[in-house]
Design a protein. Sequence first.
Length: 141
Amino acid sequence: MGWSNGLTAPAQLPHHPVVLEEQERRAADLQLRIADWITAFAGSMNFVYLHIALFAVWMLFFESKPWPTLTLVVSLEAIFLSTFVMIGQNRQAAFQQAKADHDFTEQELELKTNTELTREIHRLTTELHRRLIDHGARQGK
């Protein structure tokens, strides 16, 4: 996709395998997709603008001070929204743990591979050194 100023968009970086697994898992579950949508909407400015408009209309046209029904509705909404925040925090914590577990496994494998390579380099260096010493000793005789 080209941009109007002649620049091209940066290449898409590959995602972490745990991110891809989590995206697939969430896409497959209707409840998780709904929770994601509600959380995304509740965290947007559209949510704020909608509430400003609804509260203004309610206070001006539907109920007079002290707005008891509006207070009840807002309190119930706060309960549900706080629940969605906690669901999001739990989901994020589980995702971070899965990513940390994956990264730990990958790092352990890399450490093992590097250790094996270092040992092999040491063995080859020792063998090369021994052959050079032996070759030099034979030529010196």
